[in-house]
Each structure stands twice: as C-alpha cells, then as structure tokens.
Design a protein around this ligand. Structure first.
Ligand SMILES: O=C(O)CC1=CCC(=O)O1
Length: 93
C-alpha cells in the first residue's frame, strides 16, 4: 500500500545545537535504512520550506503509523498522510 506523506519540521529554537544536530543525524540514518529496504522509496524537499513530501510503500496503516511514530524528529513534526490508489489511466498499471 502506498501513501503520500507530508512532513513539516519545526524544531524549537531553544533546543541546544548539539541535540539538534544529533536528532537530525538520527533522522537521516532512520530514513536511509527505510529507503534501502524499499519502504520509503521517495523523499523530496519542498522548495523553500523545512518540509518534505515522501512516498511510503508498506503493508498496512498500522505499519505506516509505527514507522512515522519512530521518526526521531516525530515530536517536532506535523504530518499529513494521503493513502494512494492505482489510477485507471496509469500506463504502468
Ligand atoms: O528534513 C526533513 O524533511 C525531515 C526528514 C525526514 C527524513 C530525513 O532525513 O529528514
């Protein structure tokens, strides 16, 4: 099942710089592991914003929920999820 996910990041300004760098590094590692195993096939920066659009390819709503809750930046994010279905005009389908 595929999902379009919008993540907007808002890290509090008073978070110490070291903690900020550490959480961003953990986020990158977590994300790249999911990209490698195929569950996070697309990630795109939104131009001019600390936000991304991502595509997740997972087995269930519950699995996606667990993955999103596990994001190191989860406490600092606003997340919107759109479930995707096949389009009848898609020539790949
Ligand atoms: O920078 C972002 O958009 C938040 C994020 C998600 C995965 C990652 O590495 O950073």
């Amino acid at each position: 099942m595929k999902y379009l996910v919008h993540m907007e990041v808002d890290i509090p300004r008073d978070l110490p710089a070291e903690e900020r760098s550490a959480v961003i590094a953990r986020e990158k590692e977590y994300s790249q592991q999911l990209q490698r195993d195929g569950r996070w096939p697309e990630i795109w920066r939104v131009v001019g914003e600390y936000a991304n659009y991502s595509v997740f390819d997972v087995g269930s709503h519950d699995e996606l929920h667990e993955l999103l809750q596990g994001l190191p930046l989860f406490p600092y994010m606003t997340i919107d999820v759109t479930p995707l279905a096949a389009h009848p005009s898609d020539i790949k389908a």
